[in-house]
Design a protein around this ligand. Structure first.
Ligand code: EPZ
Length: 419
């Protein structure tokens, strides 16, 4: 297994290209099941998760061609296999996003239940309840969801009892081919959902309310191919903003959109990190000390849960204390014991962590446990004295493209040690 070795203490200076968003690319790829296509996705990131999704779609029978030099993915064809197998779904929970499209277009799907993951149990009850309200019959048997809709899906008014990105995406896609009108109430409002909606409209879907928590979809008989640019990755941008903040540098996040950072930009400013819009993206710099700031993770436009671990690394070396409360997932503090091994002073009490800033962290061998926890350890290593070795970086490769190359290009002393 690959490891990453870094030595901290260098301010980052220069520009970092921000790639297409992982959490937009995955539902957009699943949307290819809704039509013959071709669906052409530009600004497509090359990640382990997109490769997993490409493999899943290929075993369904779609053609998937990813020109990584041109950063363009072309998907199309007819599904000849309606089963999403356990060995693929367990690797990546977002595989469940094929359920809505397969049901909507083929009126049948057999998708493995994703099971839990490191950060929580992550049920899919909201996905299933919504699809049943649209007329699907779903039996759970031997770890699979056996779904059928012999007469096709029909429009329904669906109230989400909890904001769910994936459930919003699955039902949004399903509704585009349902018979009649579907309303999704208390829908998630992440920028990746707006991006999916815009792509579906380009494919011929009829969707209103984009950007709000109430989406209205009028089903159509069929969708067609389209070309769609994937939105820049706001979590990658936020991650590198924390890297600039923790090292006291100045970095241009090329292609990033300030408004997609949501509350993260405000909180970074409160912590003493300057975040400004520029014609080429977002400029982040830190000229003075870092201050402890309290945050609570919330659905967009609140503070993103996918930024919680990265922000905690920043707070670990801030002046004063910070209380970080995780409201979205039940087990998303696994980076804490590893950061404490680097000299951080963090105590977890239930869903909150109290971080008492220290003047300097010390490098150490640490273990990555999930995607965002692993990148938070890289950030801590950038600020630590001495050498840090991050093990199990396969977690990182799921969601960050060429991370160490991008950081080295702006001055970080970082390299990958092949496993
Ligand atoms: C998406 O996951 C993202 N993944 C996650 O990013 C992100 O953390 C999450 O949204 C929240 O923003 C992708 O987009 C591929 P949810 P998703 O459904 O859709 C509960 C990363 O690091 N819930 O919004 O699975 C669930 O347990 C990943 O890039 C139900 O109870 O998240 C959680 O507590 C990690 N029943 C909360 O809702 C359901 O049917 C939010 O989950 C669905 C969700």
């Amino acid at each position: 297994m690959d490891r990453i070795r870094l030595r901290g203490g260098r301010p980052l200076r220069g520009s970092i290209p921000i790639g297409g968003a992982k959490n937009a690319a995955l539902p957009l790829m699943a949307a290819a099941l809704l039509s013959e296509g071709p669906l052409v996705l530009t600004n497509a990131p090359a990640l382990d998760d997109t490769r997993t999704m490409a493999g899943l779609l290929a075993q369904h029978g779609l053609s998937v061609d990813h020109d990584t030099n041109a950063r363009t993915m072309t998907l199309g064809g007819t599904a000849t296999n309606l089963v999403a197998p356990y060995d693929l779904v367990r690797k990546m929970r977002a595989s469940v996003l094929v359920l809505g499209p397969l049901l909507a277009r083929y009126r049948e799907a057999k998708v493995s239940l994703p099971g839990g993951c490191a950060i929580g149990t992550r049920p899919v009850d909201l996905h299933l309840k919504g699809l049943e309200e649209m007329g699907a019959k779903i039996d759970l048997d031997s770890g699979y969801m056996n779904a059928t809709a012999p007469e096709g899906l029909r429009g329904a008014k669906i109230y989400f009892t909890q904001v769910s990105v994936g459930a919003t995406e699955n039902l949004l896609m399903a509704a585009t081919l349902a018979d009649g009108i579907t309303e999704l109430v208390n829908a998630a409002r992440e920028p990746e959902i707006d991006d999916l909606a815009h792509c579906l409209i380009a494919m011929g879907a009829r969707i209103e309310g984009i950007g709000t928590d109430r989406l209205r979809i009028e089903g159509v008989k069929a969708l067609h191919g389209a070309t769609h640019p994937i939105v820049p990755d706001r979590i990658e941008a936020g991650t590198f903003a924390c890297a600039a903040g923790i090292t006291g540098g100045e970095v241009l996040l090329e292609g990033a959109k300030l408004e997609h950072l949501g509350t993260v930009a405000r909180v970074l400013r409160e912590a003493g990190v300057e975040v400004d819009e520029s014609p080429k993206g977002v400029i982040v710099k830190r000229l003075s000390g870092l201050r402890g700031v309290d945050v609570m993770t919330e659905p967009f436009p609140g503070f993103a849960t996918d930024m919680q671990a990265q922000f905690m690394a920043l707070m670990a070396v801030a002046e004063g204390a910070s209380m970080i409360t995780e409201t979205i997932f039940e087990n998303r503090f696994m980076h804490v014991p590893e950061m404490n091994r680097m000299g951080a002073r963090i105590n977890v009490h239930g869903s909150s962590a109290i971080v008492r800033g220290v003047s300097r962290l010390s490098g150490a061998p640490v273990m990555a446990t999930d995607l965002r926890a692993s990148v938070s350890l890289i950030l801590a290593g950038l600020a630590a004295g001495g050498e840090t070795i991050v093990n199990r970086v396969y977690h990182l490769d799921r969601g960050y493209e060429r991370l160490e190359a991008k950081l080295a290009a702006v001055g970080a002393d970082i390299e990958r040690l092949p496993g």
